[in-house]
Design a protein around this ligand. Structure first.
Ligand SMILES: [Zn+2]
Ligand SMILES: [Zn+2]
Length: 815
């Protein structure tokens, strides 16, 4: 009688043993090549749900596979512990964010341990602890020293419900990413990082293996456009600016400008508005301020505006152009002014139609005879009505007009980006304080490095007020100036938590280093990350910021690589009843109950089997039961004993056993390399079924059987590490299976047996073909029909029947 598979017992036992033996702790002093496998660390939101496991378990399987392949594998884990979710949850529960966060970490660490991953817990990183955020602050100082951090007043996205400023990336279609409230705008003094300095480099992804989708999203996010900035003359008395500049990618349409549109908040509007238009203009501005940026940009919204009673002059033809304001032009993008070319821009066309402004064709559509346009013609064409430029093609015209503007100093070629500088100030409590001091004598003074960390005071009120809670914490705010010792005030905003996650992968290399954010030698050994896995939702925030960070550190001479993550892989998501898991829907699957009922190994294997990893799939209780039955069968197969029958065809049976074993090794290895976990599990299941049949017939010798069992356990080890370890011990192998080498396959042995397929036409031999012995009837027919020698006999004939003798003969009956 075989001992029953009892995952609850063996999983706890082995996790304890591995921890005691420090089996998965790694050091840099190791002759094996290094492999740095990283999974995005979780927010400390409380409980891990099955979606977290879906990110975590397959990446652990891959890391274990690399380890067995002979790599020195660093696979660390930590906690992204600052930020709004923690703060809001703490507020709603009435406990301190620190207490709430640390309680969650205890629970999440327990859950993470139950997975049986190879995390080196001695390298754990928690971003809200002073020994970590000290270095987050240190990086802020470095960016400031290097001109990459600056303070500026800017209109910011403001979430009235969260009572905080949001980064552009946190605004989803005009709504707060966290709470769904409509986002409004406000002006505030803020700290920014000059990410735009790296705009061009961030669009390149050279030398790294990233999904095309993510690279495209980043390129679009940076949004480079090459064009020309054109100056229009202002001739109003008393307006010292003398010009309004606009950016356009189509200077070839300059002769078609019939109006100019300013953003309602453009600083010149007040100066230029004529007295008789003032009331109307002010009314319009007040209305537009009540709208969100997205409402203003919505394509559904009808474009409206107001003429302000003033004109600019188009320097190329000396024409006076009326100035309008309209809320579809935003001050925060470009120059806050656009030239209206209704004949060649759809939005301008409808605006001109609505207000009866002239529409002048300057780019001739194909076959144009001077008639009015039914809609804007936005394609390139031939320039007309454009003085000396008439007759040029658009592309030539763009260059010629730009040359002319530059020669006259009326404009210049320029490149603009959609990317904005990274706003990092947050008016919230639960983040790393920005290490800056404001002195009445010296102005902005950075906190000296030796005074770091600037500790987050524990006793501050953390409820949101719209201003930073630290503002009201006197013992925090009041300090002395490091330069002149005068009484001074600290910066009270905290940093965007994306700052914490922009460098955590560097900290894992030397988490205990207390003289620097990282030890340079250890960093050089481990970085860059070889494989980074996580959700695609981070395409334009975390993944762009982390790349910016590394490039900035490289330019400071702190790191010697260009990109943080060599290979990126985004897993899909697990859905439940065709819907995304969410607390509000009440369809969240918690792994704990499945782990305690079926075991972590079953949950791991099921998550890999459910769907291709990059696609994700639907959680299904009957599916996980099937996987559980498979592992139970496998347990019984290995431990159930083997008795050898009197096989008359032992040599053939053993040859088949080694062929299928080597084919399985090849398949499982290739699938693991490519992160194709579902087909890898399918191959292991097939192998189990095949071995079950071998066992029933007893057709191979006990030693051949044992060899196959050994391979099965090794191939299973990354997927079901506890089960494999237990079987390994029970079959009298030396501890630990996880220190064993990954099995190799022999291409010769794995080769399918071949057989000669005879092809006949009307019973006459026409060809002989070497084919795999396992060939199917459909494959055999297809191969036979495609042979040139056979085709010659089929010409002008109709096939009326095909006779097939498995693995031996195809007879084509024709007439
Ligand atoms: Zn919000
Ligand atoms: Zn001072």
């Amino acid at each position: 009688m075989v001992v029953k598979y009892n995952p609850q017992e063996i999983e706890k036992k082995w996790q304890q043993k591995w921890a005691e033996d420090r089996l998965y702790e790694v050091s840099e002093d190791d002759p094996r090549p290094k492999w740095y496998a990283l999974t995005m660390f979780p927010y400390t939101s409380g409980d891990l749900h099955i979606g977290h496991w879906y990110a975590i378990a397959p990446s652990d399987v891959h890391a274990r596979f690399k380890r067995m392949q002979g790599y020195n594998v660093l696979h660390p884990m930590g906690f992204d512990a600052f930020g709004l979710p923690a703060e809001n949850a703490a507020i709603s529960r009435g406990i301190h964010p620190f207490t709430w966060t640390m309680q969650n970490i205890v629970n999440m660490r327990r859950q993470l341990r139950s997975i049986g991953a190879i995390y080196d817990w001695s390298r754990e990183v928690i971003t809200c602890l002073p020994d970590y955020y000290k270095w987050t602050q240190w990086f802020f100082l470095k960016l400031y020293e290097n001109g990459l951090a600056y303070r500026g007043k800017a209109p910011v996205n403001w979430c009235p419900r969260c009572q905080t400023v949001l980064a552009n990336e946190q605004v989803v279609e005009g709504f707060c990413e966290r709470c769904g409230a409509a986002v409004t705008r406000r002006d505030l003094e803020q700290w920014f990082f000059r990410i735009t300095k790296y705009a061009d480099e961030l669009m390149q992804h050279s030398g790294i293996d990233w999904p095309e989708r993510i690279r495209l999203m980043q390129r679009n996010w940076v949004g480079k456009s090459v064009g020309t900035e054109i100056s229009f003359a202002l001739e109003q008395p008393g307006v010292e600016e003398g010009e309004i500049r606009v950016f356009t990618t189509r200077p070839d349409t300059i002769f078609g400008v019939t109006f100019m549109v300013l953003a309602p908040e453009h600083p010149l509007v007040a100066k230029l508005t004529s007295p008789e238009k003032r009331a109307e203009v002010e009314d319009y501005i007040a209305r537009s301020q009540r709208q969100t940026e997205i409402e203003r940009l919505s394509t559904e919204k009808e474009k409206d505006g107001v003429f302000i009673g003033a004109y600019v002059v188009n320097k190329l033809n000396d024409e006076a152009v009326p100035i309008w304001i309209a809320d579809y032009v935003l001050m925060s993008y470009g120059t806050g002014a656009v030239m209206g070319v209704p004949a060649h821009d759809s939005r301008d066309y409808w605006f001109a139609k609505k207000y009866d402004l002239p529409i002048r064709v300057v780019i001739a559509p194909p076959g144009w005879r001077g008639e009015e346009l039914e809609e804007a013609y936005t394609e390139p064409g031939t320039m007309v009505n454009s003085a000396q430029f008439s007759g040029l093609l658009s592309q030539q015209g763009i260059e010629a007009v730009s040359d002319s503007l530059e020669e006259n100093s009326w404009g210049k070629r320029t490149t603009t980006y959609r990317l904005r500088d990274w706003l990092i100030s947050r008016q919230r409590y639960w983040g790393a304080p920005i290490p800056m001091i404001y002195c009445p004598n010296c102005g902005i003074v950075p906190v000296p490095e030796e005074d770091l960390p600037v500790l987050l005071p524990e006793d501050a009120e953390f409820r949101p007020t719209g201003e930073s809670p630290l503002k009201y914490c006197e013992q925090f705010v009041n300090t002395t100036c490091p330069q002149c010792s005068a009484p001074a005030k600290r910066e009270t905003d905290t940093m965007d938590t994306f700052m914490c996650s922009s460098w955590y992968f560097l900290r894992y290399a030397s988490p205990d280093c207390n003289t620097a954010p990282f030890d340079a030698d250890q960093l050089r050994y481990w970085l860059p990350v070889d494989l980074y896995t996580g959700g695609a939702e981070h395409a334009v925030m975390h993944l762009l910021y982390a790349r910016f960070f590394v490039k900035a550190l490289r330019d400071m001479g702190l790191v010697d690589f260009n990109e943080p993550f060599n290979r990126l892989f985004n897993q899909g998501i697990i859905i439940v009843e065709r819907q995304k898991m969410s607390k509000s829907r009440g369809n969240v699957i918690t792994p704990d109950e499945y782990v305690s009922e079926l075991g972590a190994d079953t949950v791991r294997a099921y998550l890999m089997f459910v769907a291709p990893w990059e696609q994700g799939g639907e959680w299904d209780d009957s599916g996980i039961s099937g996987v559980s039955r498979w592992l139970n069968r496998l347990w019984n197969l290995v431990l159930g004993g083997y008795s050898c029958g009197d096989s008359i065809a032992r040599i053939k049976a053993e040859r088949e056993l080694s062929r299928i074993t080597h084919q399985t090794i090849r398949k499982v290895t290739n699938d693991l390399e490519k992160l194709r976990f579902n087909t890898m599990i399918a191959a292991l299941m097939e192998f189990t079924n095949y071995l079950t049949r071998v066992k029933e017939t007893g057709s191979v010798t006990p030693s051949a059987w044992e060899e196959a069992m050994k391979t099965l356990m090794l191939l299973l080890a990354p997927t079901a590490p506890h089960l494999a370890e237990e079987l390994w011990q029970r079959t009298k192998h030396d501890y630990s299976i996880h220190n064993r080498s990954w099995p190799d396959w022999n291409e010769e042995i794995a080769k399918d047996e071949e057989t000669t397929l005879v092809v006949q036409v009307n019973g006459k031999l026409r060809d002989r073909i070497m084919v795999p012995a396992s060939i199917t009837e459909a494959e055999a027919r297809q191969i036979a029909l495609e042979r040139q020698r056979v085709k010659a006999y089929l010409k002008d004939k109709e096939i009326i029947n095909i006779i097939y003798v498995p693995g031996r003969l195809v007879n084509l009956v024709v007439r």
